[in-house]
Write a protein that binds this ligand. Structure first.
Ligand SMILES: Cc1cc2nc3c(=O)[nH]c(=O)nc-3n(C[C@H](O)[C@H](O)[C@H](O)COP(=O)(O)O)c2cc1C
Length: 185
């Protein structure tokens, strides 16, 4: 796939078929992810791959409850309250796989994870798969219970939970606002 087509065609996918994502496909996506730049070339990434629906269901339920608890004291948009209270709402949109990118703690751990995440999502699109960053999962994954569920080593922080799978339906483009440009010639 051409680069421009990948960049412009990738979409956050919120409906998946149950078709499993084979291990070699996941490994190819991770190989693309680690082509991202990293600060001081530390390559401090850790990838947790979850394909157990039972575990994904458990994380979805726990993360929704956790978000509702922490929302009051955070800047998280309150209009999402209703969704989180809906027992039918699955934060992973029933995706067959979740890849959580974690990074070793450091000054740039968020940047390092995020660049790898974008590579991974573009590579997924190139492979005919949908993906979506699931911010709803982040706060719970950072808790000791969440870290335990991920099997995270000490000093690693979970940053990017990404669903992966075959999209159930084509996802329409999301319009972009005009960028705010400030030229200093
Ligand atoms: C940090 C971050 C957190 C996000 N969290 C969620 C989420 O919890 N659930 C979800 O369905 N989409 C989530 N998204 C996807 C955005 O809603 C999506 O990128 C945006 O609507 C633009 O659509 P596009 O990705 O198709 O261009 C998240 C995206 C980012 C970058």
């Amino acid at each position: 796939m051409e680069l421009k087509e990948a960049i412009y065609g990738r979409r956050s996918t919120r409906g998946y078929t149950s078709e499993p994502v084979p291990g070699p496909v996941i490994e190819a996506l991770i190989a693309a992810a680690i082509q991202a730049p990293s600060a001081v070339n530390e390559q401090p990434w850790h990838f947790t791959i979850i394909r157990s629906q039972e575990l994904l269901d458990h994380i979805s339920t726990a993360a929704k409850a956790h978000m509702l608890r922490v929302m009051e004291s955070s800047a998280f948009p309150h209009h999402l309250h209703g969704r989180l209270q809906d027992p039918e709402f699955h934060i992973f949109h029933h995706a067959p796989a979740l890849i959580v990118i974690s990074t070793r703690e450091g000054d740039w751990h968020v940047e390092n994870a995020t660049l790898a995440a974008q590579n991974l999502m573009l590579a997924a699109h190139g492979a005919g798969l949908g993906s979506c960053w699931i911010g709803f999962a982040q706060r719970w994954l950072e808790t000791s219970e969440g870290r335990l569920a991920l099997g995270l080593p000490e000093h690693y922080q979970p940053v990017a939970p990404l669903t992966i799978g075959r999209a159930k339906h084509p996802v329409p483009p999301v319009p972009r606002e005009a960028p705010w440009l400030h030229w200093l010639d």
